[in-house]
Design a protein around this ligand. Sequence first.
Ligand SMILES: NC(=O)C1=CN([C@@H]2O[C@H](COP(=O)(O)OP(=O)(O)OC[C@H]3O[C@@H](n4cnc5c(N)ncnc54)[C@H](OP(=O)(O)O)[C@@H]3O)[C@@H](O)[C@H]2O)C=CC1
Ligand SMILES: O=C(O)C1=N[C@H](C(=O)O)C[C@H](O)C1
Length: 252
Amino acid sequence: MLKVLLNGCNGKMGQVVSKVAKTYEDVTIVAGVDLNTTRNFDYPVYSNPSQIQEEFDVIIDFSLPEATLAILEFAKAKKKPIVIATTGFTSEQKEKIVESSKEIPVFWSANMSLGVNLVADLVQKAYKTLGSRFDIEIVEKHHNQKIDAPSGTALMLADAINEVANNAYEYIYDRHTRRKKRAQNEIGIFSVRGGTIVGEHSVIFAGPDEIIEIKHTALSKEVFANGSIRAAMFIKDKKPGIYNMSDLINSM
Ligand SMILES: NC(=O)C1=CN([C@@H]2O[C@H](COP(=O)(O)OP(=O)(O)OC[C@H]3O[C@@H](n4cnc5c(N)ncnc54)[C@H](OP(=O)(O)O)[C@@H]3O)[C@@H](O)[C@H]2O)C=CC1
Ligand SMILES: O=C(O)C1=N[C@H](C(=O)O)C[C@H](O)C1
């Protein structure tokens, strides 16, 4: 039985992970951490990791950057693996996560769906084929409760392109403050927020007289919850290091 500690258990994703975990015979959530501990949970919930008494194998984190950093310290102290799904980190926070992976296994992905990982491969292939003759723009759409912008996935896809482009691209967020033509070395990134949109990402390659659009649409939060549970199973017995969806998919 895989024993999970769920950080951010009262959030939108935390609640979906709690529900989805029940469909796995060999997974159980033994405790949660969140600011609000008053709701009725199937497991004990604490406002501070230091209060946790339960034994656990792995942490799943869908919270806020500051809360992730706090649970990361706890994970290191307990020498336990962690699955980080939270987005919106600063560069300094990202460095701390990378540094922590020298001590514990860290599964880190801004998007826990299998499909977005394929999109990352496809945009790299598109860049290699189309090269710099096509302008690249990314549009992401999410629900009206999302705090961070752009989405972690939009940045992940831009980074995937930059990885095969020798970091040639600069990211431009919205264009309303710029009254000039776009430069060739830009990736424009745009965020739409509204209603209950679960998550859409379009990478547009616009060239002379033709456009290629590579798009992923998440239809439910369950897709992310299932991915995070699979990630927890995958990382349980791994050595310290950084792991992502590619590692998980390659192991399947
Ligand atoms: N990688 C992926 O596939 C996905 C990633 N995400 C990311 O996951 C994160 C959470 O998303 P979502 O569930 O929609 O957001 P929510 O705001 O609904 O959930 C975050 C939860 O964390 C709680 N929280 C705040 N501070 C702490 C703390 N110190 N310790 C523990 N919990 C705390 C919040 O409490 P309170 O509301 O009281 O502040 C809230 O209950 C976001 O960064 C989002 O982008 C989301 C979906 C998929
Ligand atoms: O906040 C969300 O909901 C989501 N966040 C992730 C992100 O920022 O990329 C992943 C997914 O798109 C849903």
